[in-house]
Ligand binder design. Structure first.
Ligand code: ZN
Length: 184
């Protein structure tokens, strides 16, 4: 019956079966993640290209159940962790960006829900069924920063900055020399 991550079912069906998804895949199993990493790396020099960017891990555990004792409100709880290649906007070098997401979700109501001291965020569905693989991708993409950068500037590859600095260093001397020539 194929990969259960790609089977579309209603949250109610998944909750009634107490469905558990153990995810142990890689970036290339998820089309949108593959495409995001691929376009980020498109401008990288071939010699700087990371070898195994398609095989970075995508892992997690997702559990369906009910929020309430009357089994009326299906919910999803779990966590996701992945690594994806990105390009640093400060130094333009590729680096591996860790992604993590804690999920506590209810479906389709458009409103988050408080229950027993926990907040369940509302997850919108295009129709009344969901594909777990698509939810995994979307949840991970939502954690990606708007601008990707080495967390620590000390990790940045400083080649372009250094060559700029060198030019600026030589300029004052060039100016000084032309001034001296004018004074002669
Ligand atoms: Zn950097």
């Amino acid at each position: 019956m194929g990969n259960p991550l790609h089977v579309r079912r209603t949250p109610l069906e998944l909750a009634e079966n107490s469905q558990l998804f153990e995810i142990s895949g890689k970036i290339s199993d998820f089309k949108r993640l593959l495409s995001i990493a691929g376009s980020a790396l498109a401008a990288v020099d071939p010699e700087d290209m990371p070898q195994n960017w398609r095989n970075r891990p995508v892992r997690g555990e997702l559990r369906f159940g009910f929020v309430d004792a009357q089994a009326r409100i299906p919910a999803l709880t779990g966590h996701l962790a992945a690594e994806i290649d990105a390009v640093c906007q400060r130094c333009l070098a590729p680096f591996v960006l860790p992604l993590e997401s804690e999920l506590r979700l209810v479906f389709g109501s458009g409103q988050s829900l408080e229950h027993a001291g926990e907040t369940y965020e509302s997850w919108e569905l295009d129709d009344d069924r969901l594909e777990v693989a698509a939810l995994v991708e979307e949840a991970l993409i939502m954690t990606m920063p708007f601008v990707t950068m080495h967390a620590d500037a000390a990790d940045c590859v400083d080649v372009p900055v250094a060559s700029d600095a060198q030019e600026n260093m030589t300029l004052p001397f060039a100016n000084l020399k032309s001034q001296m020539q004018q004074e002669d």
